[in-house]
Write a protein that binds this ligand. Structure first.
Ligand code: SF4
Ligand code: SF4
Length: 420
């Protein structure tokens, strides 16, 4: 099988993408590498291969992290190719009971709340380690700890936003709060609102923006994803706001794709493109607007300790946002963050991937926990709630006490120390 006769596929088989592919790193099999998956997709398109259980398994195993696109010197658009296959792959997978159950719980408010309640109760009774080993309950975050210890006590979960909107704003923005992430880690969006307000960027309330559509897209339901996109494009256009700001890299990447997703929509194509262009990660906007650096010398309270940074795939590979989170962390902690290591390799979160593929999710998470231990870090900063949950779980399972925080949480905490 070869790819050379496909003019749209400039793959030269060099294999430079292999080392960045998380599934290839764990399994070491060509069929679980980007190059292997490209061959499989090409074979199916040409009718040389069937989309049987083996092909489904190799394609479904892809995290969609896009590290292979970043590594590829020939500009192979792997992401578009795998997305084209997702609906067919997901249709085959949906027949599996565990996958159906995961989808049901994630999309059902009552089941989700029940799961969260069970996890919190187990944590309160000291069963946190056991709970982290129970499939399905493992992904819920730890209930806030009451023990205050050293530097970590400086960053308790934020109960509410403590900074009022600016009287005069430089920019008015919508904050896309996200669905599951906001329910599990609402303190991230509260910190985002605080740091934006502190920098005279007003966050408007309830613009009618809802789910970005990534959940539907990842489950192979492009029709539902398009409906989510249309609702959001209409709401944002109506609002007249300057930007859409996200704290979840996965949601940001999805909105940045609205222009492509709705390119043939006669009514909304132009507005969708405009919304994509005006969607930014919160750290991008802070840097663009020249955010105030907190005066760290004024604080009598401890800084957060040694901070390492891990790049969320959707920030690094999908959006190319690399320097801005690091600038925010440097301003908040007084030193440039140290890279966690293997920053271009996915942590195993990838939306609901770690629920759908628990073994691979655990293996990738365990490697990150090992890197955190090697770096002896007190804080791991990462700009995506899914990665935060995944790393928290991996660290808990490895018995490591490091906190996992979004860069804006670090900045909000530094502003707070600054005003003591
Ligand atoms: S998107 Fe990620 S998991 Fe999928 S083939 Fe590329 S590097 Fe591997
Ligand atoms: S890096 Fe690009 S050109 Fe090389 S094997 Fe991977 S997809 Fe093909």
């Amino acid at each position: 099988m070869h790819t050379d006769d496909d003019p749209g596929l400039p793959c030269v088989h060099c294999g430079l993408c292999l080392d960045t592919c998380p599934t290839y790193r764990v399994l070491g099999t060509e069929a679980d590498s980007p190059r292997g998956r490209i061959y499989i997709m090409q074979g199916i398109k040409r009718g040389e291969l069937a989309l049987g259980s083996a092909a489904v398994s190799h394609l479904d195993g892809c995290l969609g992290c896009l590290a292979c696109e970043t590594a590829c010197p020939s500009g192979v658009s792997y992401g578009e190719r795998i997305e084209e296959f997702r609906p067919r792959v997901r249709a085959a997978i949906r027949r599996k009971p565990w996958r159906r159950l995961v989808g049901y719980v994630a999309s059902n408010d009552r089941m989700f709340t029940l799961g969260l309640g069970v996890a919190a109760t187990m944590d309160r009774f000291g069963l946190h380690s056991l709970r982290r080993r129970i499939r399905g309950l493992d992904i819920f975050p730890r209930a806030p700890r009451t023990r205050r210890d050293g530097a970590l006590a400086e960053m308790p979960p934020r109960e509410r936003s403590r900074i009022a909107p600016p009287a005069e704003s430089k920019l008015d923005v919508a904050l896309l709060t996200g669905c599951v992430g906001d329910r599990l880690k609402p303190e991230i969006n509260r910190a985002a609102v605080e740091v934006l307000h502190r920098n005279d960027i007003r966050v408007a309330n309830d613009q009618g923006l809802g789910c970005c559509g990534a959940l539907a897209m990842h489950s192979g339901d492009e029709t539902a994803a398009r409906e989510d996109a249309k609702r959001n494009v209409r709401a944002f256009t109506r609002s007249g706001l300057d930007r859409v700001v996200t704290t979840a890299a996965g949601c940001g990447a999805m909105i940045k794709d609205y222009g492509r997703l709705l390119r043939d929509d006669p009514e909304l194509a132009e507005e969708a493109r405009a919304m994509s262009d005006r969607t930014v990660d919160v750290t991008e906007l802070l840097v663009e607007m020249g955010f105030d650096a907190p005066d760290l010398s004024r604080s009598s309270r401890q800084a957060p300790g040694k901070v390492v940074y891990h790049d969320a795939c959707h920030l690094l590979h999908a959006a190319g946002v690399e320097a801005e989170p690091r600038s925010v962390i440097e301003a908040a902690s007084g030193a440039p963050p140290i890279d966690l290591g293997e920053n271009n390799v996915c942590c195993g979160s990838a939306g609901s991937y770690n629920l759908d593929h628990p073994k691979m999710g655990l293996a990738l998470g365990a490697r990150k926990a090992q890197l955190v231990a090697e770096k002896d870090a007190q804080v791991v900063a990462v700009g995506n709630v899914g990665c935060i949950l995944q790393l928290e779980r991996a660290l808990a399972m490895a018995g490591h006490d490091a906190r996992v925080l979004h860069p804006v949480e670090l900045l909000a905490a530094a502003y707070e120390r600054d005003t003591d």
